[in-house]
Design a binder for this molecule. Structure first.
Ligand SMILES: Nc1nc2c(ncn2[C@@H]2O[C@H](COP(=O)(O)OP(=O)(O)OP(=O)(O)O)[C@@H](O)[C@H]2O)c(=O)[nH]1
Ligand SMILES: [Mg+2]
Length: 329
């Protein structure tokens, strides 16, 4: 008779780093994604653990070379014997199977390396959406002792920005000649980028893109540099050939050093933890609202507003008062 491994069992196997550890880590991530009591138990087990992972976000337009870059970065970190986890995140699409399958091929030899853990997350099947699971997933991987957690996501829309807020360092990957998409994305780029990467530097037009981005970075700065202020570097790479990857790793290290010195690493960690707390709160509220009582409360509130007996703010206050009572009880 085989019994289901408990969460402490899974943690022991994951920590041992032995043959079954990749599978144990995968199961722990499933626990995180599924939420509820097991996820709460796991979170409790992880309290007090050291988390020293460098959390690196990689985002950019479709086809810019993020996955190729991720594989190259994994290779670079592995030569330093760092343990690396990759979370490939697609916040928008519930249908990422094909793309992620391609990424597995792109990850090549890393798929079989026990020092590398690769996981895809999509919005499919998550009660609270991806945002609910991503912060806790990053935290789990850090608590399991990974030295580097790479989060790869597509695009620079709001949900990608949310995901990128989980990272200590965000690299935005661009490619030359991507036209209007790049233009449109520019506004959001400086908000989230710590490092700008111009991939496909072997393509025509790379020089112009680099020049463009450098002047954009210069314009985005507010005149006089403060001491210790981070300057966003613009780095050319050819990810398919591994060119420029060492410089990128160096820039990521440098940015991390800057975060530590300026005290902003702690700030980013708090921001990540805040996101984890917020997502649990929102999940709880959603569960309560969708419960039998919750639905009848909402239904009654809707009736009261529709019939003109009250307004929707007052009705919402009543529902919130009920929710607060439920949480205490
Ligand atoms: N010439 C050239 N091609 C590259 C380079 N980097 C990546 N590619 C190619 O560009 C294509 C897209 O690369 P991916 O790594 O899949 O890009 P991605 O940003 O992950 O794409 P999505 O996940 O679809 O958004 C692939 O055919 C790569 O081989 C590069 O530096 N130079
Ligand atoms: Mg990709």
């Amino acid at each position: 008779v085989t019994t289901r491994p408990t969460i402490p069992d899974l943690l022991r196997v994951a920590d041992a780093g032995s043959a079954g550890s990749v599978r144990a880590i995968a199961r722990l991530l499933t626990v995180v994604e599924s939420g509820g009591d097991p996820a709460a138990e796991l979170a409790g087990e992880l309290v007090g653990r050291a988390r020293s992972a460098a959390v690196v976000g990689l985002t950019g337009a479709p086809g810019a070379g993020k996955s190729t870059m991720t594989a190259a970065l994994v290779g670079a970190y592995r030569t330093r014997s760092a343990r690396v986890a990759v979370l490939a995140v697609d916040p928008s699409s519930p249908f990422t199977g094909g793309a992620l399958l391609g990424d597995r091929v792109r990850m090549g030899e890393h798929v079989l390396d026990p020092g590398v853990f690769i996981r895809s997350m999509s919005s499919r099947g998550h009660l609270g959406g991806l945002a609910a699971a991503a912060p806790a997933a990053v935290d789990l991987l850090a608590a399991l002792g990974f030295d580097v957690v790479l989060i790869e996501t597509v695009g620079v829309g709001q949900s990608e920005v949310d995901v990128m807020h989980l990272a200590d360092t965000v690299a935005v990957v661009m490619a030359p000649g991507m036209g209007d998409g790049v233009q449109a994305a520019k506004a959001g780029i400086l908000e989230i980028a710590d490092v700008l990467v111009v991939n496909k530097a072997d393509h025509e037009g790379a020089k112009a893109t680099i020049r463009d981005l450098k002047s954009m970075v210069a314009l985005g700065r507010s005149g006089v540099a403060e001491p210790g202020e981070w300057r966003i570097p613009v780095l050319p790479t050819v990810a398919v050939k591994g060119e420029g990857i060492d410089d990128l790793v160096a820039a990521i290290d440098e940015h991390r050093g800057n975060l530590v010195e300026s005290g902003r690493l702690a700030e980013r960690r708090s921001r990540r933890a805040r996101a984890a707390v917020e997502s649990v709160v929102l999940e709880r509220v959603r569960v309560l609202l969708h419960s039998r009582t919750g639905r009848s409360r909402l239904g009654a509130a809707g009736d009261a507003v529709a019939s003109g007996r009250t307004d929707h703010y007052t009705a919402a206050e009543d529902v919130l008062t009920w929710l607060a009572g439920t949480e205490r009880g």
